[in-house]
Every structure is written in structure tokens, then in C-alpha cells.
Write a protein that binds this ligand. Sequence first.
Ligand SMILES: Cc1ncc(COP(=O)(O)O)c(C=O)c1O
Length: 441
Amino acid sequence: MPQLNETDHEIFPVSAGLDSEGNITIGGCAIADLAVEFGTPLYIYDEDTIRHMCRQFSGGFKDAYERSLIEYSSKAFANPALAKIIAEEGLHMDVVTGGELIFAKAADFPAENLNFHGNNKGREELSEALDYGVGRITIDSFYEIGLLNEVAGEKGVRQKVLLRVSPSVDPHTHMLTTTGILDSKFGFSIETGAAAEAVEQAVATEHLDVVGLHFHLGSPIFELEPYSQAIDYVLNFAAQMREAHGLQLNEFNPGGGFAVGYVGKELPPPILAYAAEISEAVRSGCDRYGLDEPMLTVEPGRAIVARAGVAVYKVGGIKRIPDVRIYVSVDGGMGDNIRPALYSSVYTVRRTRDPYATPTETVTVVGKFCESGDFIAKDVDLPVLDSGDLLCTPTSGAYAVPMASNYNMTTRPAIVMVKDGEARLIRRRETYEDLLATSLV
Ligand SMILES: Cc1ncc(COP(=O)(O)O)c(C=O)c1O
């Protein structure tokens, strides 16, 4: 039986393979068959990969730091079927809007295991979160300290909160996905003194129980050192805040941002390396600054779901401009995956049938949207393609579908979950009726 090549093996789902005719399969289902049954563009999620990644994180961090827990960051892909798997695997989950909270509720996600993030949560959203009984709310602004204290007071509850601080550490990722530097809308800056003021204000409130600190540097982070640098800085700050304002650091959350491999030549450090670096930094920082070791929470989003998801497109027109470029147009694009246009993100592209036939052409795979910046992958080597061929992009499980739009009034794709040769729809394709449903004549 033919096999995926070595690098594809790292970036396709764990259950992916080739059938006897050389077609790519996922979860025992041939991509070509799924495309016929569910149409294209199609997003295929592999349940085995999601569970595998959950276990890699839980096991890896537990081995490195006993009092650790993993909180899946649902902005990477929010879906009730996924949330059920996350809960079954024993992970906690974070949400950043009332909408993401609705998805958690739809899966009956245990409220105590939810953390509500976001730099500008509204009164309604905070109220909904308290009504559901979310375990933690991570506060991001002075405005929110007052607002949440007020809403909690109205409901007669005392809410456990973390304060999001900004450690002024650059994780060397894309500027638009860097969040922990001084010039960021997120968190209270330690450098400017805002974080100290936030601690002072929050611990003095009646209805907020400050259980710890949070930061998030950005995403995806291929280096380990920014984590340990930021952890040391924040733990030093925590020790100062204990003296100044009686802050008890029972919980500590250095965020997510763990990288994944999108193309074979750029593979990230293994999860165990992140776990070792972070755990060691927490232990040694606590030792250095005389703190008790807190509960450690990390928040992977991308690293849990990216590899599980594969996008499938059908080739339409092919335009050859001699000595310039070959444009291969597919039936999706920036409407279902805006990451290449927004962040210049790179993807591997494979023809789903006979993917390792000798590549004979370098092509640019573009979408069907009315923008010149609408592309999936530039300058990829592929076998000669015909209209009607299927292309797939592995590692499409994070931040593609959740950032999808109806630009050009297109319908967003169907999503299926595969396992053991079975595929089940977890989101149906939108229809023209859906597009019209919210507009009034
Ligand atoms: C606060 C917070 N935590 C976790 C994440 C998840 O990041 P990633 O998907 O890269 O792990 C993000 C991403 O933006 C975030 O803002």
C-alpha cells in the first residue's frame, strides 16, 4: 500500500494515508468520496487527531508539571461536536465572546471549566457568563474591573478572575498576531505600571476574587525562549504584587501560541519541549522569587485543531501567462480561509489523487473571490492539473473556518468529522436562503 511521504506524515492528520489507488484518505474515508457526498469546498476534521493532540498536551504538561491543566482556546475552531470531544478528553476551554459561549453551552460544556477572555466584553456578555457560572473570567482592562464587579454585585456573586498582563516580550511572530508587547490593545502593561494599578484595584473590589495572572504573547510561536523570558518577568511582578497588595498567585496562565507545521521545512518544536521550557521557567521563577508553585494552565488553540483539519477544493479555470505565472482557480479562497491574504500564511497543497506524481509545474492556487490578494498558496509545485481535479490543504483546522466570511455573498463550506471510515456532518453548507435570512427588503 502506498504511504504519505515523511513530511506530509507530520502535517496531515494522524489517520491520513493513501488507498490502493493512490488517493489520499483521512479517517478511513477517501477525500474524493467525501467531496462527492458533501460537495466542495469542504473542511474535513479527523477525530483521532483532535484526541491525539489533547492527550499530547495533557500528558506532556502533566509529566513536566503535575499541577497543570490544558484549556483549549475555542477561537481556533468553535463547534459543539468539537467541544464535546474537548470535554471528554478532560480539557478546559476558553471563549472570548457571547457567541463562543453559546457554542460551549450547546455542548453542555461544564461551566466551571470555562475561562472567558476578551479585551472588550460587553455587560450582556459578562452577565451571560455569570448566569452560566463560568469558572474564570480573565480581565483585560480597567473598564472591565469596574463593570464586572458591578454585574457580579447585581447578581450577588463573587467571581474568580485572572488579570491579563502584558510582559513586553516579542515572540517574533507576525506583527498582527503579536499580543504581549507594549504597543498592544491586550492586557495591563507591567512596564508602564498599569498592571500594578490593576492588581491594586481588582483585589480591593467586593465581588472579584483575583486568583492569578495571565499573559499571552502571540501566535504561532516557534521559539521557546520568549515563554521563559516572559514567565520570569511576570513571576517577579507577582512577587512584588504579593508584597504591595497581597496578591495570591494561585493560578498562572502563560497563554497559548504553540506553533504547528504548515509546510514540511518549517516544523515547530515538539509539545514536550514547550512543556519542559514552561514548567522549568515556572518552577525556577517561583524558587527565585519565593512564590508557592501555582496551578499552571496553558491555552493551545491552533495546536489542538490545525493538524486535524484538511480543506478540499475543486479546480476550475487554469490561466497560463507564458513566462510569468500559472493561476489555478479553486472554488473557495479567502472567504473560507483568509489567513494567506491576511498574514501571508503558507500552506502545503496536494492533489488528492496520486499526490506524488512528478511535479511538473509551479503554480499559484487562487480563490474565486474578487480580490487580487485572494490566494491559497503561491508558487507550489504540482503535477499538471485539469479542471475538476481536487486539491487539498492540510493543517487547515485552525483559524480558517472561524474567520470565514460571506464575502461576495458566497456560502460558507460544509464541515465533516471523520473516524473509522465514517463521516458525519458537523456543520452543513450554507444555502442562499441562509444568506438572505438576515436581510430585509
Ligand atoms: C488569550 C489567548 N489565549 C490563547 C490563544 C490561542 O492561541 P493559539 O491558537 O496560537 O494557541 C489566543 C489566540 O489568539 C489568545 O488570544
